[in-house]
Design a protein around this ligand. Sequence first.
Ligand SMILES: Cc1cc2nc3c(=O)[nH]c(=O)nc-3n(C[C@H](O)[C@H](O)[C@H](O)COP(=O)(O)OP(=O)(O)OC[C@H]3O[C@@H](n4cnc5c(N)ncnc54)[C@H](O)[C@@H]3O)c2cc1C
Length: 431
Amino acid sequence: MAATPRVAIIGGGIGGLTLALALRERGLTADVYEQAPRLAEIGAAVALSANATRELERIGLGAGLAAASTTPTELIHRRWRDGRKVAAHPVGTGSWYRDRFHAPFHGIHRAHLQAVLAAALGPGTVHLGCRLVELGERSDGMVLRFADGRAEHAELVVGADGIRSTVRRWVAGGAHEIYSGTSGFRGIVPVDRLPDLPDPGAIQFWMGPGAHLLHYAIGSSGELVNFLAVVEGPAAWTGSEGWTAEVAGDVPLRAFEGWHPAVTSMIAAVTHTVRWGLFAVAPLRRWHRGRAVLLGDAAHAMLPHQGQGANTTVEDAVALAALIARESTATGLPGALAAYQTLRRARTRRIQRSSWTTNALLHLPDGPAADERDRALARLPQDLAWIHGYDVHAALRGRPAHTATAGPVVPAPRSPGAVVAAPAVEGCCRG
Ligand SMILES: Cc1cc2nc3c(=O)[nH]c(=O)nc-3n(C[C@H](O)[C@H](O)[C@H](O)COP(=O)(O)OP(=O)(O)OC[C@H]3O[C@@H](n4cnc5c(N)ncnc54)[C@H](O)[C@@H]3O)c2cc1C
């Protein structure tokens, strides 16, 4: 095998694009094969925490991200009916968060995040309309077959192809998606349509019996509010389209009957046609087989309640790029893949578990257990430090990976402007 392996990344989502950038930083090139005819992320927005923004800043995307996103003022938890504030911690206010975790927190529309990543990659790397249907192994690498009949060869295939990964079927066999028994309704609402909403610039959890609603501001000046309203059920998932199922328009509002007007008016501001089933990937014993390896949701899709699916995906990408660059010339690719699995599996499993537990805590009925949870929320910044303070580079060097410090309050730099560059990508698999 050559010192610099030919890398094929399957999937042009957050993970695939970040990996291509991180490899390029290390002097390695990759081709990204994306099934969609254009890069157009669905699914509203994403909250990026310091464990990911630190890495995205390192690869030069700090200004682009800051221009396209909003930093929440605070992290606030409230009770469902009367909106009582049970905990509030500064995030953007006074730059407390940046000082503690050495990187910012951003709320950003997924399409804008994808555009920032694709623009940084430039043309020629992302090949659109390329749906991988089959993988095979030869002595000198992997053979990839696409839906249009085309075949490609690569020395390493990275499955960044999401929760229903084709590459994972080759690596780990079988079906690994698990339905959580919970589902969500999502939307984006202009903030000026939410007069009942207290603290519209904050990231807020509204917690109640059997449900919760999370929202945060997005857009270059926080002019939009992105929300995810989560309910228990349906007990079994029958959605024919994978993770969405058609729903009658009044179902979401009925599930939140009696909740604070800030919650109900947010839900009512959107026409709901689908509910999103919330799925995870069962912990995998192996993340790689031969010259194929998994990354992001393909390896460890998790429930969104720690807001860490995309953030851990960025961590994966940075770790994998570093290990391929470091080890492919020394012990070879198998050593790099084994080291990657060792580094990433334990951490992502722990966050997966924590996301399940968080759902249960957010859905407690009023009573002593909910009171106890509310008291515990007072120490949330300390409790989250192992997630947000994680430094993947320190972990790669075998050092303690947790970087949170109680730093002085210094205003965070903020990039001017609100321009999101258009993605620069190519189509190639289309007929
Ligand atoms: C409701 C909800 C809210 C969330 N909120 C947050 C949040 O606030 N913060 C956070 O960190 N995470 C959040 N997440 C999780 C986050 O969205 C995912 O973890 C993240 O997008 C994973 O990135 P990925 O690149 O691994 O996969 P994806 O983003 O799913 O990208 C996979 C790509 O692969 C392509 N693909 C699939 N199959 C093929 C094929 N056979 N051939 C070619 N291409 C293929 C797809 O078209 C897609 O573009 C949330 C998830 C949900 C469901």
